[in-house]
Design a binder for this molecule. Structure first.
Ligand SMILES: NC(=O)c1ccc[n+]([C@@H]2O[C@H](COP(=O)([O-])OP(=O)(O)OC[C@H]3O[C@@H](n4cnc5c(N)ncnc54)[C@H](O)[C@@H]3O)[C@@H](O)[C@H]2O)c1
Length: 328
């Protein structure tokens, strides 16, 4: 099977593309390489803006997986226009090209953050989504624009991922468990901004498995799927990370609790992915921390800019502005 992973050189793609390759797929990645290229040699990776593709570029692919765009709230708030264009318009445009090119399935990396600030009950895929912040709105628009293009012979699947954590060759320390690990290791303490709010959590290895399940699902299957290992309050995540880091280091870790309001609070029901995609996640928070420890020696300075999307993004935007000014 020939698969294009759009935005596949990022955090999730750097784990997913090799896994698809292991499963016997021919994988091509197209990516702007904002964070470099950490993919293994066997994966063909092209530096290119996805907006420059048309249907002729997608001819011959069986499936397209979309992982591109701006991938967190700080980036979306830093450049809201680019956020709505990259996250809202690009996924439907690429799905449109894919359908025209005869691709059989388009899989979209959606986010549970589109549920917004919910009541404390489990939200399944039929629950309303009411978010009021740029990232969540743009992911909702992107998801709807992709899903509505489903037709006979063209399946569309959206995986609403919980917060993804753990080790990737393209590493991020701006994701909840990874951030807490970084703080515990560098400062000996974890800061909890709001211990009561809920987040679904998933390891990046399980996330990659979920995409493989979607690739392998029966041809006529389309729809939305919540993807997480489990739901935790932020306070619970901190306790789990503290326990795991103390086990590894033998040093006591403090938890500093604040009561900062948050605009996101959601816990999700993942039964549909279990029954329809046969997706069974394996990794608890302790496993995520174990994976971070296994690569700890490779990370160097955990606070360096490369590990934080917003810092890299600001540098790229500054460079683009300077280039534009230089051209006049
Ligand atoms: N990481 C999470 O916790 C999480 C949770 C839910 C949903 N998601 C979604 O999953 C997807 C992947 O997340 P990630 O953590 O791997 O993000 P990431 O920021 O590490 O990777 C995104 C990649 O897309 C590329 N890209 C962006 N715009 C592009 C364009 N126009 N053309 C070509 N390449 C482009 C970037 O260069 C980057 O390599 C994103 O769509 C994100 O919104 C992520």
């Amino acid at each position: 099977m020939k698969i294009l992973v759009a935005g596949g050189a990022g955090y999730i793609g750097s784990v997913l593309a090799p896994l698809l390759h292991e499963h016997g797929c021919q994988v091509d990645v197209i990516d702007l390489m904002w964070f470099g290229n950490h993919l293994p040699r066997g994966i063909s990776a092209t530096k290119r803006d996805l907006f420059s593709l048309d249907a002729t570029d997608l001819a011959g692919y069986d499936q397209v997986i979309f992982l591109a765009g701006l991938s967190n709230d700080p980036m979306a708030e830093y450049d809201p226009v680019m956020n709505f264009v990259q996250n809202g318009a690009l996924p439907p445009y690429l799905a449109f090209c894919a359908q025209k090119a005869g691709v059989k399935r388009f899989i979209y990396a959606s986010s549970c953050s589109i549920y917004g600030y919910t009541e404390n009950r489990l939200y399944d895929e039929d629950a309303p989504v009411f978010c009021s912040y740029p990232y969540g709105i743009s992911k909702t628009v992107g998801e709807r624009g992709v899903l509505q293009q489903e037709q006979e012979g063209f399946s569309t699947i959206a995986l609403r991922q919980g917060t993804v954590n753990g080790h990737s060759p393209r590493m991020r320390f701006d994701l909840i468990v990874n951030t807490m690990f970084k703080s515990a290791m560098t400062d000996g303490r974890i800061v909890v901004n709001n211990p009561a709010i809920w987040r679904p959590i998933i390891d990046v290895r399980d996330t990659a498995k979920a995409f493989v399940c979607a690739v392998r699902a029966e041809p006529e299957l389309s729809g939305v799927y919540n993807i997480a290992y489990d739901n935790f309050t932020v306070g619970q995540v901190a306790e789990e990370v503290k326990k795991a880091v103390e086990k590894h280091t033998g040093k006591a870790i403090d938890i500093e609790t604040r009561n900062t309001p948050d605009f996101r609070n959601y816990k999700v029901d993942c039964a549909k992915a279990n029954t329809q995609l046969h997706f069974r996640p394996d990794c608890a928070i302790a496993d995520i921390v174990d994976s971070l420890f296994a690569h700890y020696a490779d990370y160097g300075d955990l606070t360096k800019e490369d590990y934080y999307n917003i810092e890299v993004f600001k540098k790229i935007k500054k460079q683009q502005t300077e280039n534009a000014l230089g051209a006049h």
